[in-house]
Design a binder for this molecule. Structure first.
Ligand code: ZN
Length: 241
């Protein structure tokens, strides 16, 4: 925790948390956009290209090779940030989590109202008959995952070129509109629709917790450039200038 943030949390009644990849990196889930050296030995295309609808439709075998390798992280557990946000909701202080992550860690931590803008790896559907599959079905599959009916199983994850789920998006907007405090965490706000959603916020305090600067910083009442798990951990005390 940081001394400047706690009084804001204490007096807020309808906090909305808007988070990105940085929230999950402390749970061992790498940001797929941060391509490492090993990556180029294994894949011929940049991740944004592989995670597009066109690529999924045209090169499903390669799509699922990447997906199993980079998007399905086994054994990931919620970190202190996920747990604190779930606790704030339970205390009646936080009304929603809006996330760009697809790992389901907020729900695993106990959060109930979670708007997953980009979907979830934990939901997968047959493109032919609509049958539901969990993530183990994809993890344990070889090549292109197939339903018992023969159809391809597709993750309920929003790929590049695909549009966001309208119900999820409007729920997120409604929550942000009603929020008294908006905490933006672990996101550089570079990816659509992140920056756009912030314009609906009309509350008192905008807090940004991110290692790098973001476009929201200039409107924020507090910017904390520290790891979010530690910032939200009530058992850790951090100070910075
Ligand atoms: Zn099917």
């Amino acid at each position: 925790m940081v001394a400047q943030l706690e009084p804001i949390l204490a007096r807020s009644r309808r906090i909305v948390f808007f988070g990105g990849a940085g929230v999950s990196t402390e749970s061992g889930i790498p940001d797929f956009r941060s391509v490492d050296g090993l990556y180029h030995q294994k894949y011929d295309y940049p991740p944004e290209h592989i995670l597009s609808h066109t690529f999924w439709a045209g090169n499903p075998k390669e799509f699922y090779r990447f997906y199993r390798d980079k998007m399905l992280i086994e054994g990931a557990k919620p970190n202190a940030a996920h747990l604190r946000l779930a606790a704030l909701e339970q205390e009646g202080k936080l009304s929603a989590v809006v996330t760009q992550n697809i790992d389901g860690l907020h729900q695993m931590a106990g959060s109930r109202t979670v708007y997953e803008l980009h979907g979830s790896v934990h939901r997968n559907y047959c493109t032919h008959c609509g049958k539901f599959y969990d993530s183990t079905a994809i993890r344990n599959s070889v090549g292109v995952p197939r339903c018992s009916c023969g159809g391809i199983i597709k993750p309920d994850v929003v790929l590049y070129e695909e549009s966001l789920d309208q119900q999820t998006l409007s729920g997120a907007i409604r929550a942000i509109r009603r929020a008294d405090t908006l905490i933006v965490g672990g996101t550089s706000l570079a990816v659509y629709p992140a920056a756009g959603l912030l314009q609906y916020f009309q509350g008192e305090e905008l807090v940004v917790i991110n290692m790098q600067t973001t476009p929201a910083d200039r409107n924020a009442s507090l910017c904390i450039p520290l790891p979010i798990g530690q910032v939200l951990d009530p058992n850790v005390t951090l100070e910075w200038e």
